[in-house]
Design a protein around this ligand. Sequence first.
Ligand code: NDP
Ligand code: 8X3
Length: 254
Amino acid sequence: MRTVLITGASSGIGSACAEVLARENKYRLILCARRTDKLGQLKNKINIENPTCAIHTFQLDVRDQEAVLATLSSLPAEWQKIDILINNAGLSQGLDSIQDGNPDDWDRMIDTNVKGLLYVTKAVLPYLKNSARGHIINIGSIAAKEVYPKGNVYCATKHAVDALNKAMRIDLLPLGIKVTAIHPGMVETEFSEVRFKGDKVRAKQVYEGLTPLNGYDIADVISFVLSRPTHVNVNDILIMPSAQANGAITHRNQ
Ligand code: NDP
Ligand code: 8X3
């Protein structure tokens, strides 16, 4: 049994990863996020389907460096073995041109998507170093590869994730830790609702007239990546809805 730690497991891609990996009966799950009620509901849902799946949940705000270190260095003894880290927690805030952008939104994206990912990675590395099959999966985005109108700071944070992914692969090579980036296009999750600060109507419009990806589409790819033998690493995957050509161009039914 390998143990997977998933950040941002309370929703969307992270929650779908937990469900998909639980079904395989090959993984123990450590799930964290800020909303512990959602984590509890997810744990119950998984355990109804699969009562033997071992799951540990805890509250974590990845922006809080002290809390990240304190929580991850004092995991219960039976959870002090982690083989896989899925750096999934992340968000976008607003969709504005640079001239209209809100610096608080910028800080929130940089603190979560870049600094939070770094804090968690550093805190989990001592466990991964002890694993015979250490693996980090970083969730990037099409926004890590391209910049689209008004995507500015979100795109910058995801470009940073892309750079860190490549840097981790170099630095962790001697430790035998695999590093993979998964870069999705549009996935219908809570992402747009969070980006538009609770505006459900505007969030829904993002996906109107096309079939976006869903969290399970991404989780299936991650399951495949994790199932490769020890000598194979998938470096980077860009996965898009069929109706999306790049960061800016989609084809919608009228
Ligand atoms: P959701 O909003 O559905 O999920 C985001 C998750 O991140 C939630 O579980 C949330 O948990 C967690 N999170 C946010 N901020 C923090 C924080 N400070 N500390 C801990 N956890 C946090 O969106 P997605 O599932 O779509 O997003 C997952 C990842 O996928 C993100 O990195 C996103 O950038 C990326 N992505 C999304 C795409 C999309 O179109 N949806 C496309 C490409 C990439 P909680 O609020 O409980 O803390
Ligand atoms: C989320 C997808 O297209 O909004 O990373 O940047 S997009």
